[in-house]
Design a protein around this ligand. Structure first.
Ligand SMILES: Cc1cc2nc3c(=O)[nH]c(=O)nc-3n(C[C@H](O)[C@H](O)[C@H](O)COP(=O)(O)O)c2cc1C
Length: 361
């Protein structure tokens, strides 16, 4: 029996999969729906001292990813305190409240939000790239509440690991990495107008396009901090959850995939994760935690070629490897792909595109 549950800062999550602050957690009702979709914990949309005046349009799809110009919540804080958080708490899941942004704002909001019964705080630092204001905000939260304080990092910093270490020293109980990446720009070529209604048309990229960047950030942070990390950025499948955990995360958050594929995604990912773990003999989420870190050496593994091989029983002769091969080194002959080891450059592209994982080094 696979056990997906995780404990982070004393909070018990039934799975390591939860929604990220965003439109799928914009109020109590959405948070209840996320719980119904199988989330293991909840993270509410960021609130601040004032209401956000959100530019429109504020979300567009870019391939499989999204660009958004959403700000924090446009629901008054009082309403969150009286209605939205209590409604979300009724799910029985750990509830993390995202708050922002300056130390003054955090000092004002944190105690009120904690008094509403949330289980932890997450400080959103989307608009801060210098560590000084984040350190101040972290200290302000730690001085005013007793519940765990997570700090969510913007990727717009020169050294995310160093940033995380500074935040840990300031007293953070955990790190959330990462927020959406930007600013980005998309232009509608029909009318030469920006697709988002924000100033300069700027938006923030999220979803599969940013996943490799997010996994790298998590791995870099995991090597230098002792506090738990919650990964975010492009998590779309159960395998993605496992990838983040192998890179050192204790849990993950999801926004884009839940917007695009619906709220059932949390439970579906948990099922996929459990299936993978059963097949590979992992019993608990903790068995996966950080296990890829030892395989991330400072020097390359090797620069000499090592032949790729095709596991004939798995090959369905789809021909994708042949189409992608830049070196004409792989051909489907009869019902199976065959590699010409003299031509093969060992670039690895065929290994990554094979849908049945029939090609390996
Ligand atoms: C439409 C939208 C609104 C978001 N709003 C917030 C927010 O209020 N606070 C916050 O900290 N992050 C916010 N985010 C960022 C997400 O929480 C998350 O960190 C980021 O999108 C990466 O995860 P994903 O690739 O699964 O979407 C938002 C993301 C999107 C797409």
């Amino acid at each position: 029996m696979v056990d997906l549950s995780v404990e982070i800062c004393g909070l018990k999550f039934k799975t390591p999969i939860m929604p990220a602050a965003g439109p799928t957690t914009r109020d109590g009702d959405s948070l209840v729906k996320a719980a119904e979709g199988g989330a293991g914990g909840l993270v509410a949309k960021t609130v601040s001292t004032t209401l956000a005046h959100v530019p429109r349009p504020c979300i567009i799809k870019v391939k499989d990813s999204l660009m958004n110009a959403e700000l924090w919540s446009d629901i008054p804080l009082d309403h969150w305190l009286k209605h939205e958080y209590p409604m979300a708490k009724q799910t029985g899941l750990p509830l993390i409240a995202s708050i922002g942004y300056s130390a003054e704002e955090v000092r004002e909001i944190a105690p009120k939000v904690a008094a509403a019964g949330v289980d932890a705080l997450e400080l959103s630092t989307h608009y801060l790239s210098d560590s000084a204001p984040v350190v101040e905000a972290t200290k302000a939260a730690k001085e005013t509440v007793k519940i765990p304080v997570f700090v969510k990092l913007s990727p717009n910093v020169p050294d995310v690991a160093q940033f995380a270490r500074v935040v840990e020293e300031a007293g953070a109980d955990g790190i959330v990495a990462i927020n959406a990446i930007g600013p980005c720009l998309a232009i509608d070529v029909e009318n030469a107008m920006p697709m988002l209604g924000s100033s300069h048309g700027h938006g923030w990229l999220s979803g599969p396009a940013i996943k490799p960047f997010a996994v790298r950030c998590v791995a870099d942070i995991a090597r230098v901090v002792k506090i738990p990390i919650i990964g975010a950025g492009g998590v779309t499948t159960g395998r993605d959850v496992i990838e983040f955990i192998m890179a050192g995360a204790s849990a993950v958050q999801i926004s884009t995939a839940a917007i695009i594929r619906g709220r059932k995604i949390y439970g579906l990912m948990a099922d996929e994760m459990a299936k993978f773990m059963r097949a590979k003999g992992y019993n608990t989420t903790n068995d996966l935690k950080g296990i890829a870190l030892r395989h991330l050496p400072e020097q390359p593994f090797r620069t000499t070629a090592k032949p790729v091989e095709v596991i004939a029983s798995r090959c369905n002769a789809c021909g994708l490897c042949e189409r992608y091969c830049l070196y004409d080194a792989i051909r489907v002959v009869g019902r199976v792909a065959k590699v010409d080891s003299v031509k093969c450059y060992e670039c690895g592209l065929c290994v990554s595109v094979c849908p049945t994982r029939a090609i390996r080094f």
